[in-house]
Ligand binder design. Structure first.
Ligand SMILES: N[C@@H](CCC(=O)NCCCC(=O)O)C(=O)O
Length: 252
């Protein structure tokens, strides 16, 4: 069977005076090597994109992390300078993309910003600057020039009993990395908690009774996919889901 195709979301960045639609190599390598699928960056062209036409031709969607934040206006709050930076082109592409993929039963794996986008796309809200909230830990990346240090393992997560996540990685607590200032506030329609940090931060979610595979993590399994057990299992499970979807999509 030919390899499944997975859309990977893109940030819009201005480099040397041009707008680039970009995804970091860690996500692309994780799809390629961790899921044994072919990653294809979907440019964040917003309403100009026929999302259904794109989704007709692929077997899964990976929504990546990003330092930018989902615009608070999209969940009824007010954007502020300090809560930026924002990426409106990405918001206008990824939110409808994720909602449509879930509706169509196309496998979705949403990571960090991707999890936040999925939650907002399904009508949920986000907490912002959680490190300043009473009772919340600091979930931001360690300050370092070295990526391995920024993505180092940071804290344990508790896996929800009987969750999709538990079927993938088991139900014992395990350690994850942490590079975020925001978190899920009110869960979107059908969203259910799959794992939590000790301070109550929702660390993984899925969509109840979804037509297809949907798993979202606040941490970054792509970064240590070649060495970390739970990360390997998460991308392997996504690979199984996109292969099964391809068989169905192509009537193989
Ligand atoms: N901006 C949001 C989402 C966090 C996220 O996706 N982090 C990945 C950033 C990778 C890096 O810092 O290099 C938030 O802060 O919650």
């Amino acid at each position: 069977m030919t390899k499944p195709l997975v859309l990977v979301t893109a940030d819009v960045k201005t480099i040397e005076g041009y707008n680039w639609h970009a995804a970091t190599s860690t996500y692309l390598q994780a799809v390629l090597k961790g899921s044994d699928a072919i990653p294809m960056i979907l440019p964040s062209l917003g309403a100009d994109l026929d999302l259904d036409a794109a989704l007709d031709q692929v077997d899964g969607v990976l929504a990546t992390g990003s330092r930018s934040n989902v615009n608070p206006e999209l969940y009824g709050e007010v954007p502020t300078e300090e809560n930026g930076p924002y990426d409106p082109s990405r918001d206008s592409t990824t939110l409808p993309l994720l909602k449509r993929a879930v509706e169509r039963g196309i496998p979705v794996f949403a990571i960090c910003r991707g999890m936040q986008e999925l939650n907002v796309a399904l009508g949920g809200t986000l907490l912002t600057e959680i490190q300043s909230l009473e009772g919340r830990a600091d979930h931001r990346a360690p300050t370092s020039e070295r990526q391995d240090e920024r993505f180092r393992i940071a804290h344990p997560v508790e896996v929800a009993e009987g969750s999709c996540l538990a079927t993938v990685v088991g139900s014992e607590p395990f350690e994850v990395n942490s590079l975020h200032r925001q978190a899920v506030g009110r869960l979107g329609n059908g969203m259910i908690t799959e794992a939590e940090a000790e301070d109550g931060t929702i660390e993984a979610a899925s969509v109840k009774d979804s037509a297809g595979y949907v798993l979202a993590t606040q941490w970054h399994p792509e970064y240590w996919v070649s060495t970390d057990g739970p990360s390997k299992k998460l991308f392997a499970a996504f690979g199984d889901a996109v292969r099964a979807y391809r068989v169905k999509r192509l009537g193989l």
